[in-house]
Design a protein around this ligand. Structure first.
Ligand code: ADP
Length: 352
């Protein structure tokens, strides 16, 4: 695999009520079939099922956090240390396991998720690469109702940006968030402390604004820069690794909700449907215009979905019959995402 396609994994949340009759995965480890009752009256009478088949890069059921890490993230992190951008995203309905996959269970070391494990791998690799000097920074961005929030603005010494945060486009198709604080980190502990502070701020902010934390998108970014100690030339490499926990993908706001809830729901529905439109445009190579600017989420991920990036999607699903509709939606999204081609290339620069 030369990493020329977005890689897409399905992770099934463990349950005692796994719907074997509706969810079937084949021994190839890549195919998942979903059976569904047909809607028409006659089919209901005959108890007919229709089946849809999805090809993924892998199906993860009863897989430990460590094995999930090794399957989905290990190589992307290695790539980032060598100058290839990487993005790992979790997508799925609320409760399906996105945060468990990304961050893990905070009270249990064995159950820590992709982010703390990526941080650990980064620093252990850096220690072993004597002939390079690395500079690592972190940022933590939350997108809530189309507003960009810096989850690390409370860290001592951080200056608030008076104009707020904004996505800005850079040369060569890159983007950055103006005003987002970047924090230098020298070891795993410093990085984990920042992660913890960001998580706290996410929770505190959600209480203060009376919002549910599954109603926002969060992007933790690890920036790496490395200079060779042996070569006397001015070349150096950089890469960004984005770890993205998306808002719950369930369709909301159809019944009953009003006011703030309604606004949140509309905002999420819109940003996820813009994400979907962007993905369709990226997957369709004839399409010249990709509508990144429609939402803050797609705009801030402009350089991190297709193009110059190793991109991974984890589609989190429930294995229970009650959630089969949302599961189908999630898998449809995942199989669209799998059609996107990527062209990862080393980000090499030369000091002026
Ligand atoms: P989401 O972020 O998608 O809303 P969470 O990650 O918060 O969902 O998961 C909901 C609950 O299910 C949490 O209590 C979480 O610990 C548990 N959970 C999710 N996936 C797993 C898993 N693979 N193994 C064990 N527990 C899980």
């Amino acid at each position: 695999d030369n990493g020329s396609e977005v890689r897409v994994f399905v992770r099934i949340r463990p349950t005692a009520r796994f719907a074997q009759e509706l969810i079937e995965y084949l021994p190839d480890g890549e195919t998942i079939n979903i059976r569904q009752r047909r809607d028409s009256k006659r089919d209901v009478v005959n108890n007919q099922l229709s089946s849809r088949s999805f090809r993924m890069s892998g199906v993860l059921h009863d897989v430990s956090q460590e094995d999930v890490y090794n399957t989905v993230a290990h190589n992307v992190v290695l790539g980032a240390l060598e100058g290839y951008n990487g993005t790992i995203m979790c997508f799925g309905q609320t409760g399906a396991g996105k945060t468990y996959t990304m961050t893990g269970a905070t009270e249990s070391y064995r159950q820590r998720g992709l982010i703390p494990r990526a941080i650990q791998q980064v620093f252990s690799e850096v220690e072993n690469r004597y002939s390079y000097s690395f500079t690592i920074h972190l940022s933590y961005l939350e997108i809530y109702n189309e507003t960009l929030l810096d989850l690390l603005s409370s860290v001592r010494g951080t200056r608030a940006e008076p104009g707020g945060l904004a996505v800005v486009e850079e040369a060569r198709g890159g983007v950055s968030v103006k005003g987002l604080s970047l924090h230098p980190v020298h070891n795993e502990d410093e990085a984990l402390n920042l992660l913890f502070e960001g998580e706290m701020n996410r929770v505190i902010g959600s209480h203060a604004m009376n919002k549910n934390s599954s109603r926002s998108h969060c992007i933790l970014t690890i920036y790496m820069e490395s200079h060779s100690r042996t070569l006397s030339d001015a070349r150096y490499i950089t890469a960004k690794l984005n770890l993205v926990d998306l808002a719950g993908s369930e369709r909301l706001g159809k019944t009953g909700s009003e006011g703030k809830e309604q606004k949140e729901a509309m905002s999420i529905n819109r940003s996820l449907s813009f994400l979907e439109q962007t993905i369709l445009a990226l997957a369709d190579r004839r399409r010249e215009h990709v509508p990144f600017r429609q939402s803050k989420l797609t705009h801030s991920l402009r350089d991190s979905l297709g193009g110059n990036c190793n991109t991974i999607l984890v589609a989190n699903i429930y294995g229970e019959a009650a959630h089969i509709e949302e599961t189908l939606t999630t898998l449809r999204f995942a199989s669209r995402m799998k059609c996107i081609k990527t062209e990862p290339a080393v980000n090499e620069h030369i000091d002026p």
